[in-house]
Design a protein around this ligand. Structure first.
Ligand code: SPV
Ligand code: MG
Length: 535
């Protein structure tokens, strides 16, 4: 049932119906959870919550924004306190159209002048609108609605302004004839006498609504007996949160601690429940790509890094601090930042010194006599699904991993085009030749690995593999098969990644090249370590 139909039915219910005030999305939700069938979007409460006065200081579009949040947060109908309609007949026409668009069920408009003042502030001095002018406003509002169940309530401020019962009845009849769906009779008396007198004199041809703010102590049965259809508790939520917040603020300020207050306020968990945070988690499961979530990383960190001398006497180079943080921890952090949670570290030298929170370890205890592929084979049970393989002694900028992760080819490696001139001064460089040299020109065409190894002819070298591979689930399977095939070779324990790549190339497997230019480094010796400290 639409909210407009729900509201219309409430107006014509044969039982007394109670609406409760709300002033934002959260309070609206609380009203709904308490069991109320509808919400009073109070002008007083909304303006106060916005930190301004109930004098049309908040613009009508600002009020519209608030009620839209309220409507989005709830499934019960909202009756907006539309003050005097924010102008003349023309302004209320636009208001009604906008309210319909935002899912508001009804609006109440009072027979005073714009800008209005709250009825409890010198109400007796407040001028009423001319009857004809207000009648025109109601007619215009009714003509503007497109949903036949949208309701316009006419609010009688005659008692507030000190007019007689006759005058109020006279106006009521005129507003009813203009098309008002219900009449809200307001009073600032401590007793319900005025509204009950009105109800008694009223012929019942329109539903009556009352707002017992000052005469709150009157038993509601009296309204029921008088044939009143709807009671609005107009501001109690606003007032209760003022009291609660004042108390909490005072307490936390004077105690300089949250200690005592903590048990008296809603838990963060309750806040999340009210926001329906759970729904978003479920939606993320449905709509977010799972690819990155299920990608795992294998970090090869078995070697000592003898070139670093004393520094690696007690621990492997993966645990050497760079800027105070072990290299391995930096790598793990980078993977986590890319939402890779499942991280496997192959350790060997000084394995008792290798740690990182939340990672799985596998060991290559024969690290002294073996090379990269043997280390990788120790993690063979993890060679499944989408995978990133990384050397444990490299540092790279975040964008390199991000770009690698979105590559679509089954096997992709990162090649530093700037590394092509690195020469042979360093220990072992995985030089790379490709199907196309690095170029700044844009090209749709992917680049593929043509050859790799430390001894490539200089003129064929287009870069250096930095020690990062990404594979799709299919690519991982291909890599694993290649690894298993090579493991048959008697020299398997001495084989390195370039051997694996050449093996794959010989089987016509395509390995995509993602070019970078710098923005990474490996830590092979003390000079590298110096550079890493500054990275
Ligand atoms: C409001 O809640 O803003 C009202 C009711 O209009 S009263 O404050 O009693 O005028
Ligand atoms: Mg109001």
């Amino acid at each position: 049932m639409t909210k407009t139909t729900q509201f219309k039915r409430l107006l014509h219910s044969d039982r007394l119906v109670f609406l409760m005030e709300a002033h934002n999305g959260l309070s609206a939700k609380l009203v709904e959870e308490a069991g109320f069938p509808g919400i009073w979007a109070s002008g007083l409460a909304i303006s106060a919550a916005l930190g301004v006065r109930d004098n049309n200081e908040a613009s009508w579009t600002q009020v519209l924004e608030v009620v839209e949040f309220m409507s989005d947060a709830t499934d019960i109908p909202i009756l907006l306190d539309g003050d005097t309609g924010y102008g003349n007949f023309n302004n209320i026409r636009r208001l009604v159209r906008k309210l319909e668009q935002r899912g508001i069920a009804a609006v109440c408009v009072e027979d005073k002048l714009f800008p209005k003042t709250n009825s409890f502030i010198r109400g007796e001095r407040q001028p009423l609108a001319e009857i004809e002018e207000f009648v025109g406003k109601i007619k215009a509002a009714k003509d503007a609605q497109s949903d036949p169940d949208f309701c316009i309530l006419a609010r009688l401020e005659g008692f507030i302004a000190g007019w007689s019962l006759e005058e109020v009845l006279h106006r009521a009849k005129a507003y009813q004839q203009a098309g008002a769906d219900a009449l809200l009779v307001h009073s600032k008396k401590q007793s319900p006498d005025e509204v009950l007198a009105f109800a008694q004199a009223w012929d019942g041809s329109s539903p009556l609504v009352v707002v017992p703010t000052t005469y709150y102590s009157a038993p509601v049965e009296r309204f029921e007996r008088a044939g009143i259809r709807m009671v609005i508790w107009a501001n109690q939520n606003l007032r209760s949160c003022i009291t609660a917040m004042q108390k909490t603020c005072r307490q936390i300020f004077t105690e300089r601690s949250v200690g005592t207050a903590e048990d008296q306020i809603a838990s963060i968990k309750e806040v999340f429940r009210l926001q329906n945070a759970e729904e978003l988690l479920q939606a993320e499961e449905r709509y977010l790509p799972k690819r990155l979530e299920s990608t795992r990383a294998i970090i090869l960190a078995a070697s000592r890094g003898g070139e670093l001398g004393e520094l690696t006497r007690a621990k492997p180079k993966a645990m050497i601090p760079v800027g105070g943080i072990p290299l391995l921890h930096k790598l793990v952090h980078q993977f986590r930042a890319a939402r890779i949670k499942d991280i496997i570290v192959v350790r060997g030298y000084g394995k008792q010194e290798v740690n990182a929170p939340g990672v799985h370890f596998v060991d290559n205890d024969d690290f002294e006599n073996t090379a990269e592929l043997l280390s990788l084979s120790k993690a063979v049970s993890h060679l499944e699904g989408e995978l990133v393989i990384s050397f444990g002694d490299i540092l790279f900028r975040k964008h390199i991993l991000q770009n690698l992760l979105v590559e679509e080819h089954d096997i992709a490696i990162v090649v530093d085009a700037a590394g092509k001139n690195r020469g042979q001064i360093k220990g072992y460089v995985d030089f790379v030749s490709t199907t196309r040299p690095y170029s700044l020109e844009y090209s749709e065409e992917a680049v593929f690995l043509a050859d790799i190894g430390p001894d490539l002819p200089a003129e064929t070298i287009q870069g250096e593999w930095i020690g990062l591979i990404k594979t799709t689930a299919r690519g991982t399977a291909v890599l694993r098969t290649g690894l298993e095939e090579l493991s048959e070779r008697p020299d398997f324990s001495r084989l390195r990644f370039d051997d694996l790549f050449r093996h794959l190339l010989a089987r016509s497997v395509r390995v995509q090249v993602l070019y970078i230019t710098g923005h990474w480094l490996d830590v092979d010796d003390l000079d590298d370590l110096d550079r890493a400290q500054a990275f």
